[in-house]
Design a protein around this ligand. Structure first.
Ligand code: ACM
Ligand code: ZN
Length: 538
């Protein structure tokens, strides 16, 4: 009897203590929210000497290790470490089977930090979560006193494989260092694609050795319209471009951070800067001028002239060499008026000879021909949703920007699509309805709450079709954005909200819970020296 009572009491104690010690699912402050986070009692005292432990010296392993050491270079002793240290902070990195792409497990226990993944990107994103277990000051390199990390185990994987941020460097130009900061911002929010919009009516920004006039002429405009006051100009010459070495520098900087840079070379429209440099590529032969105002222009590449394709193929040759790791070349394809083609004898002859119905099919001919060339070089094309016009190129990925319809149409044709609809993903839009008190912007209204509540997989798609929505992207057009602090104001914290859509597998049905986490993110932005919009600051 007595023994039975003891056994029952023992079981009770065990159950109760298990309950107390039970690995609690806790609230946390990581953005984007991980799939699962389990907290256990206790914490790790963080020593002053950082040991990143991984017996793997492959290029990618070294990338992860040197990123971590670099990130902590002011916070910890990272070099000339004693062999044995009582004051060590140990981060164990481990590649093992069983994780999906970019997924990771992160554990803090009494031995240190353990990050496991099946690929190096997974280790890298795991470290980005570890970063957010530290107090925000860590972002400034300052070492908080008595640093402790709570014991925790996080399992996490991305919802989408494509998580993009675009930047237009043509309407306004940004330096290599500014782009590196932009890439750092992507890293912090687990975005893995930088879509680099490099050519436009208002400026050609990438050096192409075969065509030196593209930068001599095409990268410069004589002056710029003042806001939307057509006819009023600032009288100030404006320009800039990236040398091929600078392009390589950015590609490497991104690659070291597991971010793919996708270059965009616009065709057949948004081509005035190229036409100003090489007028023979336009239907009328010019002369043309690098645009000084915004919008859409009638002068586009001539689709009937073989020289246009020779030019673009040579450009693509150099671009492919500069972006060896991007599986994609973005060929634009948006906003191409057909006005010139309608009256151009060469374009009309092409329509006739190719048996095309109209100028829309001529656009499709143009894109399909370039796709064939780019595919032969081992890369795929992405185009804005106008590439659906007149028939989609066989292997193209569609970037849906005029709403979600383009993405839906692509997915229904079993083509990959990236969702970037204006209403949710255009970060050049206003983020407050009180526009009087905002920096001048193009229009629209997209705030964090709207982005956070967005479902990028439309209900109209079947489960099979939905698989073709490979991800999401925000676009940052810079007609009215002149400097990096202004870019940061437009993208932070909207990028945090979009990161939850892009990465997290949560239901996102509690905006106030996200907003709470955002308050800590603001402290991180402050410590990192990032400007941000304060509408969501409590
Ligand atoms: C676009 O915004 N023209 C793609
Ligand atoms: Zn033409």
């Amino acid at each position: 009897m007595c023994k039975n009572i003891l056994v029952i009491a023992g079981i009770l104690i065990l159950v109760l203590s298990c309950k107390n010690n039970q690995n609690n699912l806790v609230s946390h402050e990581i953005i984007p929210s991980p799939s699962k986070i389990i907290s256990t009692d206790g914490s790790l005292l963080v020593g002053k000497n950082l040991y990143v432990i991984m017996d793997d010296n492959s290029i990618d392993a070294n990338r992860v290790k040197s990123y971590i050491r670099g990130f902590f270079s002011q916070t910890f002793q990272t070099e000339n470490l004693p062999k044995q240290s009582k004051d060590g902070f140990l981060i164990y990195l481990n590649i093992e089977q069983g994780f999906s792409s970019e997924a990771y497990n992160l554990k803090v226990d009494k031995e240190g930090v353990h990050i496991s993944a099946s690929d190096y990107a997974g280790l890298f994103w795991g470290f980005q979560s570890l970063r957010q277990l530290f107090p925000p000051e860590i972002e400034s390199g300052k070492r908080p006193d008595n640093l402790e990390l709570p014991f925790v185990e996080i399992s996490d994987e991305p919802r989408f494989k494509y998580r993009g941020m675009h930047l237009d460097v043509c309407r306004h130009f940004f330096t290599v260092d500014e782009l590196k900061t932009y890439i750092d911002m992507l890293v912090m929010h687990k975005f893995n694609v930088f879509h680099w919009h490099l050519t436009e009516d208002q400026g050609w920004r990438i050096e192409i050795k075969e065509y030196p006039k593209l930068v001599e002429i095409g990268s410069q405009r004589s002056e710029t319209v003042i806001k939307k006051n057509w006819g009023e100009y600032d009288g100030i010459p404006y320009g800039g471009y990236y040398t091929q070495d600078e392009i390589r520098e950015i590609v490497k900087y991104a690659e070291d951070r597991f971010i793919t840079v996708i270059p965009e070379i616009e065709m057949p429209g948004h081509a005035l800067a190229a036409l100003a440099s090489y007028p023979e590529l336009g239907c009328t032969g010019g002369p043309y001028e690098v645009a000084k105002t915004w919008g859409v222009f009638d002068d586009v590449f001539c689709a009937g002239n073989e020289k246009t394709f020779e030019f673009l193929e040579n450009v693509i040759d150099e671009v492919c060499e500069l972006f060896p790791n991007s599986p994609y070349i973005h060929i634009g394809g948006d906003e191409c008026p057909k006005t010139r083609w309608e009256t151009c004898p060469k374009c009309q002859l092409r329509i006739k000879e190719e048996g095309l119905a109209d100028e829309h099919e001529l656009q499709s001919y143009f894109i399909q021909r370039m796709e064939k060339y780019i595919n032969a070089k081992g890369k795929k094309i992405i185009g804005w949703d106008e590439i659906l016009e007149g028939g989609l190129a066989p292997n193209a990925t569609v970037m849906s920007w005029r709403g979600e319809e383009g993405g839906i149409a692509a997915a229904k044709q079993y083509h990959d699509a990236i969702m970037t609809p204006g209403g949710y993903c255009y970060f050049d839009h206003y983020q407050s309805e009180d526009v009087e008190n905002e920096p001048f912007a193009i229009g629209g209204f997209t705030n964090c709450e709207k982005i956070y509540g967005w479902n990028p997989i439309p209900d109209t798609l079947t489960a099979d079709e939905a698989k073709y929505i490979i991800g999401v992207q925000a676009n940052v057009w810079t007609e009215y954005i002149l400097d990096l602090p202004h870019i940061q104001y437009m993208v932070l914290p909207r990028m945090a909200a979009l990161s939850e859509v892009a990465w997290s597998n949560s239901t996102r049905d509690d905006y106030s819970e996200f907003k709470k986490r955002l308050q800590t993110m603001f402290m991180r932005y402050d410590a990192a020296g990032y400007n941000y919009a304060e509408h969501e600051l409590e």
